[in-house]
Design a protein around this ligand. Sequence first.
Ligand code: AMP
Length: 139
Amino acid sequence: MSTIFSQIVEGEIPARIVYEDETTIAFLDANPLAPGHTLVIPKEEYERLNDLPEDVAADLYATIHRLVPAVEDAVDADATTVAFNNGEEAGQEVPHVHCHIVPRFDDDGAGPIHGLFGAPEDLPDDELDEIASEIESRA
Ligand code: AMP
């Protein structure tokens, strides 16, 4: 079964499409967190960032790069929060990779994404070294 976003790609359900090319498409979020809240997706259905082939990832980023200033200018935003909920446990509801571009305003009071977690974890140096090396060996 195709995702709701694939149905938008196929034109089966309506959306306010703001950009489209061969491999990506961007449209307004139906439940905007701020005016201009835009989603950017690959047209092909991949659930998570981890699943994207490199060429699709590059195309997706190129569209994000194009849309961030377009969205900011269109709604006269001061800044943007650009984020992926990558996986169900991270809050991803639609299993089709999508980047949220959320316009931010001086007085919106939403704070940084750090606000999701509260205080930072105080990890000992040896654990940080171990984690860094585990990531480095896989990157
Ligand atoms: P996430 O929680 O990261 O999976 O976000 C899914 C986003 O998709 C939410 O912000 C929804 O408001 C948005 N959304 C769901 N259905 C539609 C739709 N038909 N058109 C536009 N945005 C949608």
